[in-house]
Write a protein that binds this ligand. Structure first.
Ligand code: UDP
Length: 482
């Protein structure tokens, strides 16, 4: 094992937000960047997580660190290494933190031994790169075990949990029982939502920072309808004749073409004119791919002739830290194969190529823009970046009232929320109502865009982080949740 991979971080000028923000919003960003430059100086800000691609945390880090660098903060990103059993264990913790039993495996002494051994090796590797007074921001349960070793060094250590659950339960308690002993010496904590903060940390230095969307990324960059069509045709997802190149724009303005093809499980071919309902997510049972499929088959197909569901996820071999992905995709395929032929013909399982991350993002972008309705029927969700992505594209969203989704979507204003994510009848009714009423769907989509612009841009996130780093350096700690 060679612990720690460095991930290349680009540099992006925060000034590009001037075009999207109101004047006073931009002045805040500018002032915060200038202040941070003075306070942080030459110190490096090390971000540590468990994957460079796939999932929301990697998405967030990629853009946020680039803007931090653009603000002249020396932000860095390293990814931990571990044997497969370590990631099986951390996936178990991930599920428990979402209130689900996961694989039901133990969290005993043997698991602690494994967790501590891998964490120690990664912490030791990181320590060789640290300079005194650097800042280390550890992300999620995979990295919490590094904190005790790093805290012995002359550096500032903060830990961020991107996940959590609205109401405590035995599973979450079990995960915290495992993790808390490693967090004693952490100086500051960051959580996505107040409800995610465990009782045991409520009196520590906790900052609430909701995630944000990178509106200039390949995932969210504007595309013309012709570009969208061409990308979907080239990726093999819809039939038709492309009238434009399948082009997408990189952060630095470079333009590339989509080449890769999606892997499809389907018995009919989509055309550009078919209304589509789209869910994009990792193949994870907490995203409820089986419920989405059954809800659509039973409660949309009979009412909305011609509508198709696209259940979209990464091709599973592309994601090293998610051993369950392939298993869940197989389960989805099994359920799909058992559906009556008519229902099956209206549902498409789409596995996207992962070899080129930018291309993958461009295909997701095109799929979201093409969707008549975007759904995110998660059973639990830390934030739900796919929701903000769809809202930014003015899509009407149907999503579960869970986790961070409820901070993004206000029911009936900028999308529709499902009170009970397992209620397939309500899910079908909400989706059908939007498919049947494009005017209302467009109104919700327009309001969704404005909500993201006001509250979920990377600049707001950056300001909050820069403030936290300043406080860490000054030793200016608060007690409790802010
Ligand atoms: N995603 C992607 N390609 C895929 C599936 C998902 O780029 O094939 C992205 C998706 O667009 C979103 C992120 O992965 O940006 C998932 O973040 P989210 O917060 O929705 O869920 P998480 O995976 O963190 O639980």
């Amino acid at each position: 094992m060679s612990p720690l991979q460095s991930v290349e971080v680009h540099t992006l000028p925060p000034e590009r937000f001037e075009a999207v923000l109101d004047g006073p919003q931009w002045e805040l960003v500018d002032a915060a960047s200038r202040h941070a430059r003075d306070v942080i100086g030459e110190r490096r800000v090390w971000n540590v997580n468990s994957t460079a691609s796939g999932g929301g945390v990697a998405e967030l880090l990629r853009s946020l660190l680039a803007y931090a660098r653009g603000a002249q903060v020396d932000a860095r990103w390293v990814v931990i290494e571990g044997e497969p059993d370590f990631f099986v264990l951390t996936k178990r913790l991930h599920h428990l933190m979402h209130g689900s039993p996961g694989d039901g495996g133990p969290l005993g002494l043997a698991e602690r031994e494994l967790y501590e051994r891998v964490s120690r090796a990664n912490a030791d590797a990181l320590a060789t790169m640290l300079r005194p007074d650097d800042i280390v921001l550890l992300h999620d349960p995979q990295t919490a075990g590094m904190a005790p070793w790093l805290a012995q060094r002359d550096v500032h250590v903060a830990w961020r949990s991107h996940i959590g659950i609205d109401r405590p339960c035995a599973e979450v308690e079990a995960a915290w029982g495992f993790l808390l002993p490693y967090l004693d010496d952490v100086q500051a904590f960051v959580f996505t939502r107040r409800d995610y903060v465990p009782e045991a940390l409520a009196e520590r230095d906790v900052t609430i920072i909701p995630p944000s969307l990178d509106v200039f990324s390949q995932k969210n960059h504007p595309m013309t309808a012709d570009q969208v069509a061409s990308i979907l045709i080239t990726a093999g997802i819809v039939d038709g004749r492309a009238v434009a190149p399948p082009a997408f724009t990189h952060h630095d303005g470079r333009v590339s073409l989509v080449h890769g093809r999606a892997l499809l499980d389907e018995t009919s071919r989509l055309t550009l004119h078919d209304p589509t309902v789209v869910q994009v997510s990792r193949w994870d049972l907490l995203k409820d791919p089986l419920g989405v499929m059954l809800g659509f088959a039973e409660h949309v197909v009979p009412y909305i002739p011609g509508a198709h569901l696209l259940l979209v996820g990464p091709s599973p071999e592309g994601i090293a830290d998610d051993p369950e992905g392939a298993v869940v995709l197989e389960q989805a395929r099994d359920v799909w194969a058992e559906l009556p032929a008519d229902e099956r013909s209206r549902i498409h399982l789409v596995s996207l190529p992962m070899t080129d991350r930018s291309e993958n993002a461009a295909i997701v972008n095109a799929l979201q823009r093409h969707a008549s309705v975007v759904v995110q029927k998660s059973l639990a969700e830390g934030f739900g970046l796919t929701v903000a992505e769809a809202m930014w594209k003015r899509r009407p969203v149907v999503a579960s009232r869970v986790g961070g989704i409820q901070d993004q979507v206000r029911d009936g204003i900028d999308g529709l929320l499902l009170e009970d994510p397992t209620d397939l009848v309500a899910f079908g009714a909400a989706v059908s109502s939007l498919l049947a009423d494009p005017v209302r769907a467009a109104q919700l989509g327009d309001a969704a865009y404005e909500h993201v612009r006001a509250d979920f841009l990377a600049t707001r996130h950056l300001i909050q982080y820069l403030g936290l780093f300043g406080r860490l350096i000054d030793g200016d700690h608060h007690q409790g949740i802010q």
